[in-house]
Design a binder for this molecule. Structure first.
Ligand code: G3P
Ligand code: MG
Length: 241
């Protein structure tokens, strides 16, 4: 079972910053999960929320910021004084660091409530441009989203990229949904793991990765399922378990 550091190792460093990604690597995580948004001037940046309010010293919607203005904000001080001065990473900056690692990668496309039309194309172009061996790296990369049209868009652009169908409630038939849009993985919140659907997914060649598994109780619970991976804020806890 692969352990993905959720938003980087966000239990130990400010989420979705290079400090969090480097921490994940040093803790021995198998992979990294991160979230992407798009700026006013079309740059893909890594941030969970559509606004900067919670994770920086600024205010407002990312879609209304130019990259230069976003880069002037502090994305670390809210987490701890030691991390003051962390800046928002672009996906390009991240990929430039990532290309020399052997980590797995889950890029979560944050489409909705702000809709970033064409963001899927922007992301695939960056991957192809920055990762010289991107075709060899495809088995290590998943694009996921709660906004399922984005997963179809990825497949329309280049069906070789694996997609993960995120859900935080219980679809009637998640496996049928995944098949309809050729998704390669189910990405349920762990509350919605169900032995019947996990088995049905695996029988259909669809993998299952669950989020966000942090406590010992949660880790014990998910052990009963044959998961491909989990997302954890504390990747070291999960791998020690
Ligand atoms: O991709 C798994 C997980 O990150 C989904 O939820 O809200 O933490 O992005 P969220
Ligand atoms: Mg996420």
């Amino acid at each position: 079972m692969l352990i993905y550091a959720h938003r980087g190792a966000r239990g130990y460093a400010p989420e979705n910053t290079m400090a969090a990604f480097k921490k994940a690597l040093s803790l021995g995580a198998d992979g990294i999960e991160l979230d992407v948004q798009r700026t006013k001037d079309g740059e893909i940046v890594i941030c969970h929320d559509h606004t900067v309010d919670r994770t920086s010293d600024g205010h407002g919607w990312i879609k209304n910021f130019t990259l230069a203005r976003l880069k002037a904000l502090d994305f670390g001080g809210w987490f701890s004084p030691n991390h003051k001065g962390e800046t928002i990473p672009t996906l390009a900056e991240f990929l430039d660091w990532y290309k020399d690692t052997s980590l797995y990668l889950n890029i979560e496309i944050k489409n909705g409530p702000v809709l970033y039309s064409g963001i899927e194309q922007d992301i695939l172009e960056l991957i192809k441009h920055i990762l010289p061996d991107w075709q060899d790296m495809l088995p290590r990369i998943i694009l996921s989203s709660f906004y399922h049209p984005s997963l179809s868009a990825v497949k329309d652009i280049d069906a070789r990229f694996a997609t993960g169908l995120l859900y935080s409630s219980r679809p009637m038939d998640p496996v049928r949904l995944a098949k309809e849009i050729d998704a390669n993985y189910l990405h349920p919140h762990w509350h919605y793991l169900d032995p019947i659907w996990v088995k049905a997914a695996l029988d259909a060649g669809i993998g299952v990765n669950a989020y966000t598994v942090n406590t010992q109780e949660e880790l014990s619970y998910i052990r009963q399922f044959q998961l491909n991976g989990i997302f954890s804020d504390f990747p070291d806890r999960a791998s020690a378990f």
